[in-house]
Structures are given as C-alpha cells and as structure tokens.
Write a protein that binds this ligand. Structure first.
Ligand code: ATP
Ligand code: ATP
Ligand code: CA
Length: 218
C-alpha cells in the first residue's frame, strides 16, 4: 500500500500545507534543503529529511515513488521546481501538486506531468478583488479556466423570495448548488427554497457567466 503525503519545500506555502495535513491526522514526509526549516518541523511531521529534491538518487533513496501525493512547494527557484516535478513524474508518483511562480512556469509544469498547479498569490489576489467588488460577494474561485464558483448573499429586499425567483439560471446560466444558513451548508436546494436573511448562496457557472452575474451585483 502506498503511503500518503510528501511535502517538498517548507516555506510559507509548503509549511501551511504540512501543518494542515498533520492537523487532519495525516502522515507527512517533509523534505527541505534548508536544515533550519526541517528543524522547525521535526517534532510535528512523521519524518523529515534535509535533502535537495533535484537529486534523483536522493528521491529514490527516500522512496518518494511509494507515496500517493507529492506537493512541490519550492517557490523562487523555478528551475529546481521544474526539475523536481519532472523527476517525480518519471518516478511514477500518481498525484503531483506544484506551486507555480508565474504562467510560463505553470505551463511547463502541466506539460511535464503536474496533476495540479497552484497559484496561491495570484488566486488570493483574485479573491480579494472579487470580494471588494461587491458587498454581496463573499468568495470566488476559478475551478478551471472555464468554470467558477462564487459565494454570495442577496440584497435584503430579495430575502423572503425563493431561489427560483432570482432567475439565475435563465439570466446568467448559473446554478445555486448549495446554501449556507447559520453556518451549515445544504446542497442542491430546491428552487422553491425561501431565502432567509444571512443565507449564503453557492453559485456555479461558466467563468464568463459568473462574471456577468458579479457585474450585475456590483
Ligand atoms: P513561500 O512563498 O511558500 O514562503 P517561496 O515561494 O518564497 O515560498 P522559497 O522560499 O524559495 O519559495 O522555497 C520554499 C522552500 O523550498 C524553502 O524552504 C527552500 O529551502 C525549499 N527548497 C528550495 N529548493 C529546494 C530543493 N531543491 N530541494 C528541497 N527544498 C528546496
Ligand atoms: P508576490 O509574492 O505577490 O509576487 P512578493 O511578496 O514576492 O510578491 P515583491 O515582489 O517584493 O513581493 O513586491 C511586490 C510588488 O510591490 C513589486 O512589483 C514591487 O515593485 C512593489 N513594491 C515593493 N516595494 C514598494 C514600495 N515601497 N512602493 C511601491 N511598490 C512597491
Ligand atoms: Ca513568495
């Protein structure tokens, strides 16, 4: 049986991925070439190694190919990030997630076998901008280039009406896929569901359509 997680690079991003995995009770092998980073995490992770992830021999010795998910959180050293990803891909790691520094980096990563490419700074920037555009927009995320999900509230005068009455499907080709009421989510709400004050609607649609809806709410 494969072991679960390897995190390569314990900067702010890789460090928080690691902390959260551990908090959820997962086993994590942490790798960083900086011994101070490894020292800071040593007590918390299942195992940790000071090593250069661009060294194929090292990756093989650590048995990285026996793990299911490897997260490459090397940021500034794009060359090291690409080389590490290539090696992981060649070693047959089934699920490789990589933090990208820019769009060209992202394109290379996808071509050489990254299964998931992350842009934390870009995505947080996008989310903040959407959040500030309208008081009704709570959160926004692009799922892929084409598909987006948005969390929104509705203006007070629309509370008391039904989800169907918003006509999001007809006007914006968007679907309400879940509702958060008093901190609890329920999915696939019926169109007859009456919107209560404070409800958060989770809306899914093509990015261009979600954008139209957002513009209409601003
Ligand atoms: P963050 O924004 O997440 O803090 P960053 O984008 O600024 O990180 P770096 O600080 O350059 O990225 O790299 C993150 C971590 O990856 C560092 O702790 C660094 O030591 C480690 N790292 C960089 N290159 C390698 C490598 N070849 N092998 C192992 N670890 C590496
Ligand atoms: P990110 O991770 O978001 O790419 P960063 O945390 O690595 O950014 P920098 O690249 O150092 O941070 O800075 C971000 C931008 O802010 C740069 O374009 C830089 O030119 C600009 N900047 C830095 N200092 C100032 C300043 N004092 N006034 C105006 N702009 C600044
Ligand atoms: Ca950074």
């Amino acid at each position: 049986m494969r072991r679960p997680f390897v995190v390569i690079g314990l900067g702010r991003f890789g460090g928080s991925v690691t902390q959260e995995l551990i908090r959820q009770g997962a086993e994590v092998l942490a790798i960083d070439r900086d011994d101070a980073k490894i020292e800071a995490f040593r007590e918390h992770v299942t195992s940790s190694v000071v090593a250069d992830a661009t060294d194929e021999k090292v990756l093989k010795e650590l048995g990285v190919h026996e793990y299911t998910h490897v997260i490459v959180a090397i940021g500034n050293d794009i060359e090291a990030s690409i080389l590490t990803t290539l090696l992981l891909s060649e070693l047959g790691v089934p699920d490789i997630s990589v933090k990208a520094q820019n769009d060209y980096h992202a394109r290379v990563l996808t071509k050489i076998g990254a299964d998931r490419v992350l842009h934390p700074e870009r995505d947080m920037g996008t989310r903040l901008a959407h959040n500030l555009m309208s008081k009704n927009i709570i959160d926004y995320a692009e799922l892929s280039g084409q598909l987006s999900v948005m969390e929104m509230t509705v203006d007070e005068h629309k509370c008391g009406g039904t989800i169907g009455a918003l006509e999001l499907r007809r006007k914006y080709h968007c679907a309400v896929v879940a509702v958060c009421r008093n901190g609890t989510f329920f999915s696939s709400p019926p169109m007859t569901e009456v919107i209560k004050k404070g409800d958060i609607l989770v809306v899914l649609g093509l990015t261009k359509d979600v954008y139209q809806l957002e513009q209409a709410m601003a």
